[in-house]
Design a protein around this ligand. Structure first.
Ligand SMILES: [Zn+2]
Length: 219
């Protein structure tokens, strides 16, 4: 099974990705992991990427696509009958077209694009309300998951803080970028008839039940 997982920051993509990967025995492939692996192993692609980054430049699309293409040739993907769950790729229609090309060369097209939908005001509240303990990394939320004492970790009494990435203005910006980038992509997959919208507002167990229904229906 070949799946792309889409969803804005804060939609719970990570949780669903690992559940899908465990249940269906397909590798969870995120662009972040591919990048780190290539850099760490100093592959030719990783070295090229490093060059761009050292010069303060964005890594070009073509290089990202080459890394994904290379990753989709690896043993774990083959073992799963050319199966994978992609997370963080594609981000643009051009990348989606390249992925179609890669799939064609590997004799297997995408089965599903799962799109986790959560209204933006709720995402902003979810993320900007997060507070973290600097000592034990426990996560709280100012309204849904409060510590016993305001601003203090229940476990070790440390003072909680808000990550810079989680500040409201930053979150709004991240979501806006996601929205601008992804909307054309969602249209692209809607046209190919493989897009499935899932209500990401539900409890994470119910989100997974909905995803499972879709994936099991395919067998
Ligand atoms: Zn703590």
């Amino acid at each position: 099974m070949r799946i792309v997982l889409l969803g804005p920051p804060g939609a719970g993509k990570g949780t669903q990705a690992s559940r899908i990967s465990d249940t269906y025995q397909i590798p969870h492939i995120s662009t972040g992991d591919i990048f780190r692996a290539n850099m760490k192993n100093e592959t030719p692609l990783g070295l090229k990427a490093k060059e761009y980054m050292n010069n303060g430049q964005l890594v070009p699309d073509s290089l990202v696509i080459d890394m994904v293409s290379d990753r989709l040739q690896q043993e774990d993907v083959k073992k799963a009958d050319y199966g994978y769950l992609l997370d963080g790729f594609p981000r643009t229609v051009a990348q989606a077209e390249s992925l179609d090309e890669i799939n064609k060369n590997n004799d297997g097209g995408l089965n599903f694009v799962i799109n986790l939908e959560v209204p933006f005001d709720i995402l902003i509240d979810r993320i900007s309300g997060r507070r973290i303990c600097p000592v034990c990394q426990a996560t709280y939320h100012i309204s849904n998951n409060k510590p016993k004492l305001d601003g203090i970790c229940d476990l070790d009494g440390a003072k909680l803080f808000q990550r810079e990435d989680d500040q409201e203005e930053t979150v709004k910006n991240r979501i806006k970028v996601y929205q601008d980038q992804t909307e054309p992509l969602i249209d692209y997959y809607k046209d190919s008839g493989i897009l499935v919208n899932i209500n990401g507002l539900q409890h994470m167990d119910d989100v997974f039940t909905d995803i499972k229904k879709i994936l099991d229906g395919a067998n």
